[in-house]
Design a protein around this ligand. Sequence first.
Ligand code: IVH
Length: 705
Amino acid sequence: MAEKDVNMLSLEEAAAELALLAQVLGAANLAYHQDDAPEISDSEYDRLKRRNAAIEAQYPSLKRADSPSEQVGAAPAEGFSKVIHAQRMLSLGNAFEDSEVEEFAQRVAKFLGVQDAGLSFTAEPKIDGLSLSLRYENGILVQAATRGDGETGENVTANARMIDSIPQQLQAVPELLEVRGEVYMSHADFENLNSEQAEKGAKPFANPRNAAAGSLRQLDANITKTRPLEFFAYAWGAVSEPLAETQMGAIERLGALGFVTNPLTKLCAGAEEMIAQYRVIEAKRATLPYDIDGVVYKVNALDLQERLGFRATTPRWAIAHKFPAELVWTRLEAIDIQVGRTGALSPVARLTPVTVGGVVVSNATLHNEDYILGRDNKGEEIRGGKDIRIGDWVQVYRAGDVIPKVADVDLSKRDESAAPYVFPTVCPECGSAAVREEGDAVRRCTGGLICPAQAVEKLKHFVSRKAFDIDGLGAKQIEMFYADEVLSIREPADIFTLAKRDAGELGKLKNREGWGSRSAEKLFEAIESKREIGFGRLLFALGIRHIGEQVAKLVAAHYVSWGRFREAMDAAQGERSEAWQELLNIDGIGEVVARALVTAFGQTHEREGIERLVSELIVVDAAQAASDSPVAGKTLVFTGTLEKMTRAEAKARAEALGAKVSGSVSAKTDLLIAGPGAGSKAKKAADLGIETIDEDGWISLVAGL
Ligand code: IVH
């Protein structure tokens, strides 16, 4: 075949040839390295590789994630590379009842300060697959990434190229376009794949979603190629120009560009029509060739979506109306008690395995002591007051991906000899007393860090993905190191002294069973790479009760530096102190959270452990969100009536621009936004000499940001 000179190739031709070369060289590589059966001669292989490199040199932007020039063996040695999403991939809030859909529509209207009758929404099936973000630059697919934790996903570009319904090139599109949607497998293809798996003696997939995920996330994209995956486009990420003015318009545009969009998508005038479309889709569910688990509603006008914005992880402008969970009866064989990181004793139901929604379930949560008893601590009945006993027939369900739960118990099948369950009052792990504080549904072990279960769980949390996220140090390794007498890890600081201790000890890690010099070295490197950590992440990683990821972020954004925060925690030990008030004034921090923080830093034992850890780390100051906005880092107070936006919208906007919004005026207030009818707050601000503007002043201050 006559080959064109590399510098004569058009962009499209170059992209097409690179795709072909990736395929040919990939297959040759695989044949050579894995199957020991070379398909092309060495010289031909080398020639193609050189041509690939020459085209890449001519068009660097077309270099593929699965470029043959990056590959030495058959598949990359380690997992997928990571992709930081240009725009976060969020999840959706859930509604289960019709009334929650009505509330959603009202909430939207209230936030925007409009009549809900004037709003329209799209309703479309919620596909039960896995979400994928496709990045097109100048119309050419350059990257595909899974959702991951929403901020960072896996680079599955080579795999996505194997899916027929994903266009490789688009005509007449914005320079940058990220298309998002769901990868799924149809029922028929799932059945076929499982029969093939069975023939090969390989493990079958539990459901089409697992099959789709397992097929997309293959290190060797040639395997993905053999799996019949499909893609529905329903959203977008970063775009250099808007796709349309409405959700429906954007979906139509995606359809026109060659993406498959769901035909059951409908425009609805309000909650009533949304619920009607839910019923239509629900009725069709059994005959659809793919799995869906609910209906997603989205505000149609994209300018309103933008005004509504996001809560921590979910948009205010969309919600998923889930189908009711499948309920299945099975036998409760035993109740085990697990002790968590904050000492909570959690009862776990051990069940005769049963399939619920396509997944085999053998454990379910029983929540707490009261849930088993059938009566909460206010004396209110749960399940009509029926208690749960070992040996009972119980009804189990799974809602989404969450831990299975026990819904009901069948008293007619109860064995006469079944005795009421007695909840332990000592910790099954350390023997310390397990007590319930007044008003708390949870019984907790009082052993603190002397309780091995609490210590281990705290460590597992510390290394988990949203905390320190140390490669190669997961739950299993934590348990091993906790039990190891020589290289023991008993508290987080021990992780960062491991390499030093390993160098000095006889029982070196590389000589342990399951370890070698390479794996030990890699672990030390992974730990070393996490010595530098952001303040918010560190605070979350400490696993202090009530301090979740969002709270940790709020606290970090307020105090900015670890040093300032630690001093503030010292100063806040007295509950009348100014430092205590400052903590409470942070929007989103209530008394319970504030007390948990101050208590953690007030306890010598816990405090010393934190100090030992921090002395091993470099703690990076928290970024003040959106630091280029004029209100970033400022404390604002809104008072009086706002006429052009609701209070909720104003507050959300201010926070998105990095400001803190407080309910009361103090010396710490930087700016007061006062609408008509402002009273004592405006007066106090004037007395304190605090800058005050009206609503129009506020709008022009933040306009265009
Ligand atoms: S919209 C910001 N639309 O559901 C909102 N999501 O529970 C972006 N999903 O992560 C999502 N079908 O994987 C949207 N028609 C649909 C969907 C859909 C399935 C998935 C998606 C998302 C998850 C949230």
